[in-house]
Design a protein around this ligand. Structure first.
Ligand SMILES: [Mg+2]
Ligand SMILES: [Zn+2]
Length: 223
């Protein structure tokens, strides 16, 4: 059999012009099912998600999405679903940010599991609840402790950088929202703009680009 004038595409072994499509798919590797479900959840167009890099709002979890609980002398993550309480306005605020074209990505440190204070199952149950109720694209969690010296535990920007790679996020057009100095530092290190959410009992020493006292105030800052 004569050799074809152009080699068939190595991905799909079909028409030569399919190479272009496959090149795009290889350059922006995104499982098709994930793209479809993220489009359904976030309302982002196919063009936004594959060709163009998306702008994102990275959100810390405890103190930004859900209320913290005072335990062992500090504000901490809830222990189980009976302690789970949403931050005021989180549903409407995140829906509005999603409608403005932002991918919403949760980046949370969860060292309580290795410290023996929390189980992985309960953390997974919290995250399933968040994914059910809020238009978030993905939740990244670091389960290490400081001594592990991993690249993902905030203030390191590892989770944000990984999300940027996996979800084609343009970091310079993106934001990090957190209630701790470590969130703000991670956001800065990733090249994002930053917003510090100040809780009623918090006096965190951090200088972010903006500060808010209630989550809906985000809508006046992130346009
Ligand atoms: Mg927090
Ligand atoms: Zn980590």
């Amino acid at each position: 059999m004569a050799a074809p004038s152009r080699k068939p595409c190595t991905c799909c072994l079909t028409f030569w012009w399919a190479e272009v499509v496959c090149w795009i798919a290889r350059t922006y590797p995104r499982p098709r099912v994930a793209v479809r479900s993220e489009r359904a959840r976030t309302g982002l167009s196919a063009i936004d998600m594959t060709i163009k890099r998306v702008k994102a709002v990275f959100l810390d979890r405890d103190g930004v999405i859900n209320q913290t609980v005072f335990r062992r002398g500090a504000q901490r993550a809830p222990q189980d679903l009976s302690e789970w309480a949403w931050i005021d306005g989180v549903h409407d605020t995140l829906r509005a940010l999603s409608a403005r074209g932002y991918a919403l990505i949760v980046c949370t440190n969860q060292p309580d599991v290795v410290r023996g204070w929390q189980t992985r199952d309960r953390v997974d149950a919290f995250h399933a609840l968040i994914e059910r109720e809020l238009p978030v694209s993905r939740i990244y969690a670091c389960f290490h402790d400081t001594a592990d010296a991993c690249a993902c535990r905030k203030p390191k920007p590892g989770m944000l950088l990984r999300a940027a790679e996996e979800l084609s996020v343009e970091l310079a057009r993106s934001w990090m929202i957190g209630d701790r100095a470590s969130d703000i530092e991670a956001g800065r290190a990733a090249g994002c703009q930053t917003v510090l959410m100040r809780g009623p009992t918090q006096s965190e020493q951090a200088s972010a680009d903006h500060e808010i006292r209630a989550l809906p105030e985000l809508l006046a800052i992130i346009r």
